[in-house]
Design a protein around this ligand. Structure first.
Ligand code: UDX
Length: 422
């Protein structure tokens, strides 16, 4: 008999977790307080863009039970995966109010275990344990990337499972769920598991800010950061991934987790200097784009600037902490008119960018524009008819914020091309 899984909070992480466990043959009871969302999911509707997810939900519908009744989940499953979000508060700490609402609804018994997937500061597990001494607690942080979440879930690099003495039964049960997926299982204590998640994201963000600063130096000395990153990445101690220079990281995790770790350290009396710089470099990196435009266009007052891509990265419609938000505000602050195009994020973006114009194709965005910024490296941008597009622009200036296009080809197509660090 396969373990039945309970999931609390059916947002992005919760739904991926529910659908992937269902696809491995587990019955899943997935609970959310949002009754409209439960109704949508029960009728097979997935309202956000995540490749392969809607298909999994449809294919395994008979094993997926969506509900807004916690008692149903408790009656059917002993492992309760907590997947509610922990957005940053004004102070930069993680907001644990949704997690605490879940905890308050759980029985303090020995039959259930709370499996924490939400990203929480180190120490959260022990404080929940103090309040609910009967309930078992397992920290099982999530490392999914948007756009490849289903594949990441089903083929993990590693699965971190943290439990303290007394809760081994629950950690063993979680281990049994993940073992068939392959990937190394890291069994550890709760506090270390919580820290692995924050430290991993902070390290990746540090790698990005580091290569972005190298890119800025490359611009001064005439080196090409893509060559530098290639040469660095072949050293296996460094590794080639997360060395793509650009206009900085965004999304729901890196900005929030870097700030949460910084605050966690600060609250414990330690000043995490390096992370302050990582955050500052990331902020300034977006703003450097404006200088690259003015170098070619002079003042941006009255100029029409096209943003190609609005989502924080390709293959998602997620606009959280997207560079396009800062860029459009900065451009408008300089007096420019902004037109944006994104193949999937238009709806998600329209509420957040009420004062920009939306185009329904790259051609429509670029026609009559004085300059363009490639913000998100959607694959479709590689195959555009760039010479024809350049001819439609008032002045063919492009800032490639992701070093995605071939500079020589773009120059041959008639563009004044600016990359990042090349
Ligand atoms: C990230 C982590 O990778 C994942 O493990 C964690 O669970 C959640 O946060 P995600 O936010 O989906 O995942 O995106 P990711 O693909 O990691 O990219 C994050 C940001 O960094 C994007 O804005 C991306 O454009 C930027 N990035 C990434 C770079 O600027 N350069 C790189 O080399 C890599």
């Amino acid at each position: 008999m396969r373990e039945t899984v309970g999931v609390v909070g059916v947002g992005w992480v919760g739904l991926v977790t529910a659908a992937c466990f269902a696809s491995r043959g587990h019955d899943v009871w997935a609970m959310d307080v949002d009754e409209a969302k439960v109704a949508e999911l029960s009728s097979g509707e997935v309202t956000f863009h995540e490749p392969g997810l809607a298909e999994l939900v449809t294919e395994h519908a008979r094993r997926l039970h969506f509900t807004s009744d916690m008692d149903e989940v408790l009656a059917n499953s002993r492992l309760l995966f907590c997947c509610v979000d922990t957005p940053p508060t004004y102070s930069g700490d993680a907001d644990l109010s949704r997690v605490m609402t879940v905890v308050e609804r759980l029985p303090d018994d020995a039959e259930h275990a709370l499996v924490m997937k939400s990203t929480v500061p180190s120490g959260t597990g022990s404080s929940i344990r103090r309040e609910m001494p009967g309930l078992a607690y397992v920290s099982c942080p999530e490392f999914l990337k948007e756009g490849s979440a289903v594949a990441d879930f089903l083929n993990p690099d590693r699965v971190v499972i943290g439990a303290d003495p007394g809760d081994e039964w629950a950690a063993d049960a979680v281990t049994a769920l993940y073992e068939p997926l392959g990937g190394e299982i890291v069994r550890t204590d709760v506090s270390s598991a919580e820290m692995i998640k924050l430290a991993s994201n902070a390290f990746l963000a540090t790698k990005i800010s580091f290569i972005n600063e190298i890119a800025n130096v490359c611009e001064e000395v005439g080196a090409d950061v893509t060559e530098v990153a290639r040469g660095m990445g072949l050293d296996e101690r460094i590794g080639g991934s997360f060395l793509k220079a650009g206009i900085g990281y965004g999304g729901s995790c890196f900005p929030k987790d870097v700030s949460a770790l910084k605050q966690l350290a600060g609250n414990s009396g330690y000043h995490f200097q390096l992370l302050n710089s990582v955050i500052e470099v990331n902020e300034l990196q977006k703003r450097r784009v404006i200088g690259k435009l003015t170098k070619h266009l002079g003042s941006l007052v009255g100029k029409r600037i096209a943003l190609l891509g609005l989502a924080f990265k390709p293959n998602t419609d997620d606009m959280r902490e997207a560079s396009s938000l800062v860029l459009s505000a900065r451009l408008q602050g300089e007096g420019a008119e902004v037109v944006g195009y994104d193949p999937v994020a238009k709806d998600a973006a329209s509420g957040l960018l009420p004062s920009i114009e939306f185009a329904s194709s790259p051609g429509e965005a670029l026609a009559g524009a004085d300059g363009a910024i490639l913000v998100t490296e959607w694959s479709e941008f590689a195959d555009l008819d760039w010479p024809a597009l350049a001819a439609e622009m008032t002045s063919a200036v492009i800032v490639d914020g992701r070093n995605f296009l071939d500079p020589e080809r773009m120059r041959a197509a008639g563009f004044a091309y600016e990359g990042v660090g090349r």
